[in-house]
Design a protein around this ligand. Structure first.
Ligand SMILES: [Zn+2]
Length: 229
């Protein structure tokens, strides 16, 4: 049985009210066809050479109120790059063991090769998420263990090469690394592709960990939330 989730847990990747996106001036890149920032620094690109949105970076106490529906681009990227739990930032216990992914239900199990912007979760945080996260509650989720989750690309704003304004359409487009659109994209999320997918029953994951351990983990959250709050 899953113990009740500690209230007030704010996932690591969540946004906060005082964290805004800055609006650096977009220019044509000097060396190749693509976009750049007029005042670009090496921090504006990831290890794949993708240009990234520039969010404000604030110390925790100055971030304001949590915005649970928003995602901080850099924290999302960091969680994906290191396969950290998106809620508590716990690194994988065993680097060779398949990571647990908990995705919003799209009408079936997680598919082989499916791409997602949702970083992994640890088992205790899966137990918290399905209780507290509105998008996942009442069994509106699909859980899977995933053997490999290589970076596939980004979700971002694609710019028109002629006008240097964003192409009309969806707010964030999925763009694969190395494709024609990639140099014209300003990334806001890392997307990984999921391979070696085995659907899991979360109840089994919880019982394998045991109620005592889950309660212990939830109590740590309760203590941490009190200190921060
Ligand atoms: Zn966690």
């Amino acid at each position: 049985m899953l113990p009740p989730a500690p209230p007030g847990v704010v996932p690591y990747i969540a946004g906060y009210s005082e964290e805004a996106l800055l609006n650096p001036r977009i220019v044509q890149h000097a060396l190749f066809p693509g976009v750049a920032y007029a005042d670009e620094t090496p921090h504006d690109r990831d290890s794949f050479g993708m240009l990234w949105v520039r969010p404000t970076l604030l110390p925790k106490r100055r971030r304001g109120e949590p915005r649970l529906r928003e995602v901080h681009p850099y924290r999302q990227r960091r969680a994906m790059a290191n396969m950290l739990c998106q809620v508590c930032t716990r690194p994988p216990e065993d680097l060779d063991a398949p990571s647990l992914f908990l995705l919003r239900d799209t009408g079936g199990p997680v598919q082989e090769g499916e791409r997602t912007a949702s970083p992994p979760v640890c088992v205790p945080c899966a137990g918290i998420s399905i209780q507290l996260c509105h998008a996942l509650r009442r069994d509106h989720y699909a859980a899977a263990r995933v053997e490999h989750a290589p970076a596939w690309g980004v979700a971002g704003l694609v710019y028109d090469p002629d006008t240097l304004i964003p192409l009309p359409g969806k707010e964030l487009e999925r763009v694969e690394y190395g494709t024609e659109r990639a140099p014209w994209t300003v990334a806001a999320r890392t997307l990984v592709a999921l391979y070696g997918v085995t659907p899991v029953d979360l109840e089994e994951e919880f019982s394998r960990l045991g109620t005592d351990r889950l309660e212990e983990e939830f109590a740590r959250f309760r203590a941490a939330t009190r200190v921060n709050g």
